[in-house]
Design a binder for this molecule. Structure first.
Ligand SMILES: [Zn+2]
Length: 287
């Protein structure tokens, strides 16, 4: 009897990951570093919930770290919050860094990959315009809010955080075999810098992971020429506290180095001139 009551309680217990807790953590970081960190709102989601970010520093170069396009990837939020605490205590000279720990609020609260709008569930990291995307973009207010934000703030460098596959990768990640950008050599240096502590795998997004159309990481590069990396963190979608601490520890210095070392100017040649190929091989699991 006791066991069944306990089982019922566990089924009904609130998810361990709660957006309010992440926002509280941002508020704590800002309160501890009032001269250099403020909590801001980048917009609202379909439910009207404000999407919060931490703004650190006041430098001319604007950069962004965004986590949890996929709500079940709570390890990425943990890394974003750990990174936010670290950088708020020691900002990057000449740079304003924006950190969004949870983009997909509804998914985060129910530990689901997908985000709800008022009608259905959507994969937020397939919801951006993209050269090989054929279906509609911006079905979610959150993705639209983030796209507007990077435009308004003139973001020049961007890291998007996911779990899991231990890799840091660069564009293109779309459905094509024409994967090389004119900035491949610089990107190779940047991913090597970003993985010194983690020893994660590095390379082209599609080659290391799989092609996906409508992702944030390709959108930012394609639309604006932003220096854009995808961090696939860790070894599990359900890391325990020890694994989370390790993810934060090995990725915080690499994230910082990426923001410090990326060129402080968007790239000029960011159009996609290759051919889309929907037959590009797809991997069976999703990050
Ligand atoms: Zn993901």
């Amino acid at each position: 009897m006791l066991e069944s009551i306990l089982a019922l309680f566990l089924m009904q217990a609130p998810a361990a990951n709660n957006y309010d807790n992440a926002v509280n953590k941002l508020n704590e970081i800002a309160a501890s570093n009032p001269a250099q960190a403020q909590v801001i709102t980048i917009g609202t989601n379909d439910q009207g919930t404000p999407i919060k970010a931490l703004k650190v520093g006041n430098g001319e170069t604007a950069s962004l770290v965004v986590a949890t396009h996929h709500g079940n990837e709570y390890g990425s939020t943990a890394v974003a919050l750990g990174f936010a605490a670290s950088i708020a205590a020691n900002p990057i000279q000449g740079q304003t860094v924006y950190i969004v720990p949870v983009l997909n609020v509804t998914g985060y609260n129910r530990n689901s990959r997908y985000e709800n709008n008022l009608e259905t569930s959507i994969d937020a990291n397939r919801d951006y315009p993209s050269p090989c995307k054929t279906d509609k973009a911006y079905r979610l207010k959150s993705t639209n809010a983030l796209a507007t934000f990077i435009d308004e703030k003139n973001i020049q460098i961007s890291a998007t955080l996911h779990t899991y596959w231990p890799a840091v990768v660069y564009p293109w990640g779309i459905s094509t075999t024409d994967l090389t950008t004119p900035y491949e050599d610089t990107y190779k240096k940047l991913v090597a810098d970003a993985t010194k502590e983690s020893n994660y795998q590095t390379g082209n997004n599609t080659q290391v992971l799989y092609p996906a159309d409508g992702t944030f990481e390709d959108y930012t590069y394609w639309k604006h020429g932003i220096w854009s990396l995808l961090f696939e963190l860790g070894f599990s979608h359900s890391p325990d506290n020890t694994a989370i601490k390790n993810m934060v520890d090995v990725n915080t210095p690499g994230l910082r180095r990426f923001l410090e070392n990326a060129p402080k100017k968007r790239v000029a040649l960011h159009d996609f001139s290759g051919r889309c190929d929907s037959r590009a091989p797809k991997r069976v699991f999703l990050e």
